[in-house]
Design a binder for this molecule. Sequence first.
Ligand code: 5RP
Length: 238
Amino acid sequence: MSQTSLSQDEAKRRAAARAVEFVRPGMKLGLGTGSTAAMFVDLLGRQVRDGLDIVGVPTSERTRAQAAELGIPLSSLDETPELDLTVDGADEFDSRLRLIKGGGGALLREKIVAAASARMIVIADSSKEVAILGRFPLPVEVDRFGLESTRRHVERAVADGGMTGAVTLRKAPGGHAFVTDGGHCILDCALGAIVDPEGLAARLVAIPGVVEHGLFLGLATTVIIAAASGLRIISAPT
Ligand code: 5RP
């Protein structure tokens, strides 16, 4: 395959394959959600079939079903509260390994699992790399109670941070509100550029109806980026 003809799927698969090399026997692994993470889970399943001894904690019901189908031994954070490594995708990342996640609606469990892990490896194709986060609409998971009040609070938090952009309720394909595994809704914030992600994160968590937001700050330790020119790995300073 020539350098220019690497498809996005092939790039994702290469990043996933590189992440598998970080897995060691006996590890307790967080299993991410999304198309890139699914490729990692698929490759991990093959290794388990060949005798690799690991246990996985899925970040969504979708990933749980996939991993169970592949015969990957599964656990929960109640049984296994501390994990060695989580491998997950991202919707965006910057050079400081700050992420936007939640495009697949799994951000709450993804963040809980990442926070329970000693390391978080993000796998992505190069289209996810940005100079400034915010091109991808920021998902914010909110309780269904008081939804419109919470949406207005989120709008104000965005405005207080000097940003403008629509804050809209995510819809499922049938037209009804998208509901997360935790039974919540998602507000997507089309901000364009988030110059101060830490400031916005602080404003969002202060809103009572906000369950969690898709800014992952200080959680990723490594990003594996696949492009037509090859793989690139960036790591947080230790
Ligand atoms: C799900 C996520 C995903 O990791 C993110 O949306 C990336 O997905 P994909 O690998 O399909 O591009 O955060 O909540």
